[in-house]
Design a protein around this ligand. Structure first.
Ligand code: PEP
Ligand code: MN
Length: 334
């Protein structure tokens, strides 16, 4: 960390900052300049909490060199992590993992029909929401535990591992019992208590980026999971909130190469929530793979027109089969 003093800071104020840094068990190296003095902080093992220093008289700003995450960073863990869920493998050197299924589990029949369609088309994992984080309380909230059972049954019937969202700590035991991978949704990316408990389960996790989260906040959220000893974490870009209303969110594809450089964790893309538009899902799926995504999460419904949630962004069985075909051709070309 670098502490930049005001140009008018007195020697007394500089000495006070130095004393404070030393009281934190760190070394302070003053760097006098023609206009102002800066103080380099040395000896830290990672991110320095600058709360006290920032507020001392004479301090203009603090500049961090270390990031608020370490365990997820490539600096400390250069080798790419591969996360295995059943037969699905997310990571460098593995073909993109395709996760598909309905936004919400609506009935036993709907879930099974969706599972059969995505499995026969070539999906590697099955998704379906049982606990749904809906914007308003009058929208369908999901079937809860009953839905988890249909998801598990459907996954077993077609031989695919399943992923589903967990919204609250109390739901964890039952979700762990029914799901191979736990999803933390965009709205809960910074629910730190949930992150800690999910980390403690040791279950594979799909962590979605918060809709207004910076890359640094996204990686710091993943750090909570790794700090509990769970490195079976896959990140998911699902679009961020911008001024643009032509799409549901704005797909920030540049995070894929950026995160691959900054972190050893795999990163996948959800083009369905990112665009909100069925017609854009295939092309943005291919774009994500070209950008280096380790997988995709795509919403597929046997009859999108009748979907209780997110029908406009859901592919039907044929649409999904066409997408998988085009991804195969793309993979060969790549
Ligand atoms: C979902 O994948 O079911 C979902 C609700 O997505 P997000 O958390 O990204 O909005
Ligand atoms: Mn959805």
């Amino acid at each position: 960390m670098l502490i930049v003093m005001h140009h008018s800071a007195s020697q007394e104020q500089i000495d006070r900052v130095i004393a404070e840094v030393e009281a934190m068990g760190l070394q302070a190296e003053p760097i006098p300049g023609s206009l102002r003095t800066a103080i380099g902080v040395l000896g830290n093992q990672g991110y320095v909490d600058d709360t006290t220093i920032r507020n001392l008289p004479g301090v203009r700003e603090t500049i961090h060199v270390s990031k608020p995450y370490k365990l997820v960073s490539r600096d400390f863990h250069p080798r790419s992590t591969v996360v295995t869920v059943g037969k699905a493998r997310f990571g460098d050197g593995c073909p993109p993992v395709i996760i598909a299924g309905p936004c919400s589990i609506e009935s036993e029949e709907q879930m099974l029909a969706a599972a059969e369609k995505v499995a026969s088309a070539g999906a590697h994992m099955l998704r379906g929401g049982a606990f749904k984080p809906r914007t308003g309380p009058h929208s369908f909230q999901g079937l809860g535990i009953e839905g988890l059972k249909y998801l598990r049954q459907a996954g077993e019937a077609v031989g695919l591992p399943v992923v589903t969202e967990v919204m609250r700590i109390e739901q964890l035991p039952v979700v762990c019992e029914h799901a191979d991978m736990l999803q933390i949704g965009a709205r809960n990316m910074q629910n730190f208590d949930l992150l800690k408990e999910v980390g403690r389960t040791g279950h594979p996790v799909l962590l979605k980026r918060g809709m207004s989260a910076t890359i640094e906040e996204f990686l710091a959220a993943a750090e909570y999971l790794l700090a509990e000893g769970n490195d079976r974490v896959v990140l998911c870009e699902r679009g961020i909130r911008t001024f643009e209303r032509a799409t549901r969110n704005t797909l920030d594809l540049s995070v894929v190469p950026l995160i691959r450089e900054m972190s050893h964790l795999p990163i996948i893309v959800d083009p369905s929530h990112a665009t909100g538009k069925r017609a854009l899902v295939p092309v943005m799926s291919r774009a994500a793979v070209v950008a280096g995504a380790h997988g995709l999460m795509v919403e597929v419904h046997p009859d999108p027109a009748k979907a209780l949630c997110d029908g406009a962004q859901s592919l039907d069985g044929d649409g999904f089969a066409g997408l998988v075909q085009s991804l195969r051709r793309l993979q060969e070309a790549l």
